[in-house]
Design a protein around this ligand. Structure first.
Ligand code: C2E
Ligand code: CA
Ligand code: CA
Length: 738
């Protein structure tokens, strides 16, 4: 990879000043110090001069060494304050101060007292001399060797530090998810690497294709160049910098100039052509150039990763058809918004095109796509970058942004402005839901789901509906949802049963029938009343499987009754509208009868008056089929539907069940005000039998019998009970209560 990066030093380096080697002489012998100073004063060492520092005790030397790191060499008298003071100083230099670069030459006044070999090795001591042996000439040789060693160690150490930094910076680069973030990291890392002020560094990207260099843009910049970020390279307020950047991009190469370096990252490595200008104010040395080369490879990989990442992101967060953010993108943004303090000022609006699927079916998907494109464009044109427009799915769009900008009414107006509503490609109307995020405490997924539920509910009322999310309303909805799940579990666990409530012939005291009523016993033994789960099951369609089960249980009870000798007692089964209106209801019913082994004559089907009247013809057809089989038909809750007499006459039914509310009036309001009498009379007029439900008092029972209603059902006689209880009750009935 390195050879792809053409590093070219095409300008002459400016002359650098000669090095200064700092030497520290440590000796309490003043004469020796003076002699050393004299000997070193005129020395020229490896093209540089010597700066001598002197310490007269090990303590003084230690302080100096701790403060000054760039001392090339220590000339140290071993025997100082104490026998081992010199050695202790070296130990401190290496182990405490942590300086492994400074070279050490030991001196001693007394021959034959060489330190042990291990000491020389362990403390990295270069040389050992007796003072008398050290002629001026030899001193030069010793110093040269030591200083050269020092210079080499320095280079290695700085290269090592640089490499370490590259590893760390590269890690930082690979975490970057977008070019802006990455390039600003590159700038700061280069500044650290080369020990530069993060001042005057610019990163630019050439656009793709012909003339791309001319259209290069500044993607990040530091220091005085910062205001130019996002602008074109031409607008950079330093023509010289712009010129070298352009030269690098055009020549596709890295330039090392006297006061700056321009790194070039080619397209095939970085995903696009990049150039990075670094104001160095000096010529970089070989080590620095090497480091830059290595680092450049990392940068290229980082840039490439970012390009790859943004392509992946495009795939994951963009709608294929409309090229706008998709549901994932919305969820991500919503998630960030909900965690942010400013969420109180933010709002989510969902819009849904009314009757879109109808239009799609009628005119084809091409037309549908056209409409979607139109909506997306109009939304995107209407808002700035502060507002996220996303397609959630199908024809459902989301707008997420500040309350001050995003208002449902304005959005709707965007589509109403058109004067010719039936023009092809016109959105006729749309519905919306607005959710103020400040009110919301859940996660992004739940927010979207709740907003959608509100929208769905609103759309039940028709087209052009605009709802505002209200957590309290949805709380009830969520409760219902939990209930439905629990109901399904109850069905599976066998917690649903039917109980049977007797119906009595008031004249003969005979039990003529029983009504099967659904019961849900919870695990803790409590009962859920049918009025809280039957309507829910009806509304959600779950009544079909549940109704099947209830039918089965009721017919099982009928079979048990027949087997016990009560084959003449009718078993009434409540049937809901969705059940009855199934196209194969009759077939299913017959199958149930056969499976249970029950005669049709022993069964009665109860449907409410309102259901009977709602889809009159279809219902009549079904009821007729039932009656032809011999099944009885009862119209439940009679009197509450205020049906016209002419319709009632046509209804194929055997019995009208007078609603409990009329029975309740008996004995409570004056005779003239009671509707009950009229209701019983109507029943008699259409030639059906009548039964009163909810009879709780003897007075009520007497009254209805007196007014022509022979049968009754109510707590006066019995509450609903399980089949075995009923059998016991039946056995007792004539004797106990006749
Ligand atoms: P409904 O069909 O009008 O059933 C009569 C309701 O009145 C039953 O309530 C019954 O227990 C109650 N009741 C009977 N006698 C008296 C009385 O003397 N006083 C009072 N206060 N109430 C009395 P339940 O069992 O709670 O059922 C309520 C409703 O649930 C039923 O009204 C029916 O609409 C529905 N339901 C019950 N079981 C089924 C079923 O298996 N299938 C369908 N589709 N609906 C059912
Ligand atoms: Ca009923
Ligand atoms: Ca009823």
């Amino acid at each position: 990879m390195d050879d792809q990066l053409a590093f070219r030093a095409d300008d002459q380096p400016s002359s650098t000043s000669p090095p200064v080697w700092r030497v520290l002489a440590v000796d309490d012998d003043v004469d020796f110090q003076r002699a050393t100073a004299f000997a070193l004063s005129e020395l020229d060492l490896l093209g540089g001069r010597i700066e001598l520092l002197q310490a007269f005790s090990c303590r003084e030397a230690a302080l100096l060494l701790a403060r000054e790191r760039d001392i090339a060499l220590v000339l140290l008298d071993v025997v100082m304050e104490t026998e081992d003071a010199g050695l202790r100083l070296i130990k401190a230099l290496r182990e405490v101060i942590g300086n492994s670069e400074t070279r050490v030459v030991l001196l001693t006044g007394e021959p034959g007292r060489a330190p042990a070999h291990e000491v020389m090795r362990d403390y990295d001591i270069n040389d050992y001399w007796t003072k008398s042996e050290l002629s001026a000439e030899r001193l030069l040789t010793v110093l040269t060797a030591a200083v050269r060693g020092y210079a080499q160690l320095k280079t290695v150490a700085s290269a090592r530090r640089g490499l370490q930094m590259i590893v760390e910076s590269s890690n930082a680069l690979f975490c970057s998810k977008n070019t802006r973030e990455l390039s600003s990291k590159i700038l700061s890392e280069i500044a650290v690497l080369l020990n530069l002020q993060a001042e005057g560094i610019v990163c630019v990207r050439a656009e793709e294709g012909e003339g791309g260099v001319a259209k290069a843009r500044i993607i990040s910049a530091s220091g005085r160049f910062r205001p130019s970020v996002d602008a074109s390279l031409d607008s950079l307020d330093s023509p010289e910098v712009a010129a070298v950047l352009r030269r690098s991009l055009q020549g596709q190469q890295t330039l090392c100039l006297s006061d700056c370096t321009v790194l070039f990252f080619p397209r095939f490595q970085a995903g696009a052509d990049y150039a990075c200008y670094v104001a160095t104010e000096r010529v970089l040395d070989d080590t620095e150039l090497e480091l830059l080369k290595v680092f450049s490879a990392s940068i290229s990989r980082g840039l490439y990763n970012v390009a790859l990442f943004s392509r992946l992101e495009e795939m994951a967060y963009q709608d294929d058809l409309l090229k706008i953010p998709n549901r994932n993108a919305l969820i991500r943004m919503l998630d960030m918004t909900l965690k942010d303090e400013s969420k109180a000022e933010r709002v989510l609006v969902l819009i849904d095109i009314d009757n879109f699927s109808g239009a799609n079916t009628a005119f084809g998907t091409g037309y549908g796509d056209f409409i979607l494109g139109l909506v997306a464009k109009r939304l995107c044109d209407a808002f700035d970058g502060n507002v996220l427009i996303a397609r959630v799915r199908d024809d459902l769009f989301a707008i997420l942004g500040p309350q001050t900008q995003v208002r449902a009414a304005d959005i709707v107006a965007l589509f109403r402005r058109q004067t010719r509503p039936y023009e092809l490609g016109q959105v006729h109307s749309l519905s919306s839901v607005t959710m103020n995020l400040g009110d919301f405490t859940g996660s992004a997924g739940v927010a979207l789901q709740d907003a959608l539920l509100t929208l769905k509910q609103a759309k039940r009322a028709g087209h052009d509906q605009h709802a505002v999310y209200d957590s309290r309303l949805l709380g009830a909805h969520a409760e219902a949802y939990r209930m439905l799940l629990a109901l399904r579990d109850a069905v599976e666990a066998g917690h649903i049963s039917v109980q049977l409530q007797p119906q009595i012939d008031l004249q003969t005291r005979r039990v003529t029938g029983v009504e099967a009523l659904a019961r849900w016993r919870k695990a803790d033994g409590s009962m859920v009343p049918p009025l809280s789960f039957i309507p829910l099951a009806e509304a959600t369609g779950y009544i079909l499987p549940l109704g099947d089960l209830l039918m089965r249980l009721a017919l099982q009870a009928a079979k048990e009754l027949a087997d016990a000798g009560y084959g003449d007692i009718r078993v009434a089964v409540n049937v809901s509208a969705p059940q009855l209106l199934q196209h194969d209801f009759i077939e299913r019913f017959v199958a149930h009868l056969q499976a249970a082994g029950v005669r049709p004559q022993q069964v009665e089907v109860e449907i409410t008056e309102s259901v009977a009247m709602r889809t009159f013809d279809t219902v009549c057809e079904k009821l007729r089929a039932l009656r032809e089989m011999g099944v009885n038909v009862a119209i439940d809750d009679f009197g509450t539907g205020f049906s016209s007499l002419s319709y009632l006459r046509l209804l194929p039914a055997d019995r009208l069940k007078i609603d409990r509310s009329f029975v309740l009036e008996i004995g409570q309001v004056s005779n003239e005000q009671m509707i009950a009498e009229a209701v019983i009379q109507i029943a008699a007029r259409v030639g059906m039998q009548v039964i009163a439900e909810g009879v709780e008092t003897r007075q009520q029972a007497d009254w209805i019998l007196e007014h022509g209603c022979r049968e009754a059902q109510g707590y006066l006689f019995a509450k609903a009970m399980g089949c075995s209880d009923l059998l016991r009750w039946l056995a007792d009935w004539p004797r106990d209560r006749a």
